[in-house]
Design a binder for this molecule. Sequence first.
Ligand SMILES: Nc1ncnc2c1ncn2[C@@H]1O[C@H](COP(=O)(O)OP(=O)(O)OP(=O)(O)O)[C@@H](O)[C@H]1O
Ligand SMILES: [Mg+2]
Length: 475
Amino acid sequence: MEENKRVLVIDDDEGIRETYQAIFTPEQESEIDQKGVALFGGNSLKPKFKNNIDYQVCVAENGNQGIKLVKESLAENRPFAVAFIDMKMPGINGSETSKQIWDIDPKIRIVIVTAYSEYTSDDIISTTGRDDIFYLRKPFNHEEILQFARALTNEWNLERKRDLLKIELKAANQALEDMNSSLEGMNKILEDMNKNLKDKVEKQAALIVQTDKMASIGILAAGVAHEINNPLSFINSNLLALKRYLTKIDVLHRKYDDVELFLRYSGLDNAPALLEELAEFKKENKTELIMSDIYDLTDESLDGIDEIKTIVDNLKTFSRIDEPSYSYLDINRAIDNTINILWNELKYKAEIIKNYGRIPEIRCFPQKISQVFMNLILNAAQAIEKQGTITISTKLVTTDQQIDFIEIKIKDTGCGIPKENLNKLFDPFFTTKPIGKGTGLGLSITYEIIKAHKGSIEVLSELGKGTEMVILLPF
Ligand SMILES: Nc1ncnc2c1ncn2[C@@H]1O[C@H](COP(=O)(O)OP(=O)(O)OP(=O)(O)O)[C@@H](O)[C@H]1O
Ligand SMILES: [Mg+2]
């Protein structure tokens, strides 16, 4: 930065203005000397030390001219460092001039020069409103002027340097802050990346678990179904044979009652003893009770066998074995199968209302369609916190077009879905359930299966009231 050595002199006395010029131009020493003596009287003003600083001096004859010069110099970005201002001038006086100059350029250093003792520094301070004003009595000598000029220009320049340093410091601070915040930003990005990676790994792991789970359920179901089927069928046929035999034994039992009656009235000698022995045996062994119970027992056993058969059938639905991939499916029956499988999950929570319509069987991948019902009914049950209903309706929808549809509605009175989640439901891995509880795959798999069947699925939901899933399957 170039040092500012610009000095302004405002004085109405031409001689004094020239003296200032001379003071700041040391070559004219002898001339100053003469003029100084002529003007102020007294001893020679010959400087005791030389001025070797190259001041740029501007002079003005009155306050207004000086103010104008300050304005111009500021506009040209060449401000004055110091102003020497005469106190008593025609027009505005020195302190008023100072005030107006400071209004324009508060940084300029001002020295008031006065020969009049009636002006005290307090007067000047009260007019200008500033106490950093300097005060010099006439007659002055060169050294005083030069000392003021040197000290005040130095101060001015130091202050500008300090301002500049302040600006640089502020910029450096800002840069530091910027760096800090970009570091924070980078940290955040890294954290997000980490989190994304973690999420991905968790989701991948969940996917593997889910796929594994489905595969092992299939294998297990197939194995269990196969193993149970054999004993089941022979127990079933044995029980049926037993029931047939029982009717014969029952007939024999009745015939025996007739024989007993006959014996009682036969008059044979050993008849009473024989009858008593028989009565004893019957009483002891509760044979009457056994005969009436025996039918109930076989009937109950046969019912039990039927139930086991249903379970095995249901399990078969979930195994790929035993099933041609593309075949006819009775949707109502498939839904019932699913409800049976999920019964443990449903029974305490939901009342199931079935509105099944008369619908034709459709050609589809039965096991996949069953999986759709499984996912949707399970979601409905999981949406119900304590107690609610799940209404399942099916019907045939005929259209003007050539295609007819089967409409399946699964409606629950659960928690409902917030609006902002509606368009994310079918995204793979979208779940609001805790890890381990939901993989977020149910609806995406459902969507894929329905798409593969050229059908559609629509979600109607009201937060806090419940959700309805509407599926259309063409056939
Ligand atoms: N009937 C419903 N009522 C309320 N919210 C539901 C319902 N069905 C689905 N949702 C919301 O949609 C999300 C995604 O469902 P989706 O079946 O795809 O995954 P999930 O049930 O969370 O996990 P998964 O099915 O793999 O066990 C659920 O977490 C839940 O927030
Ligand atoms: Mg689900």
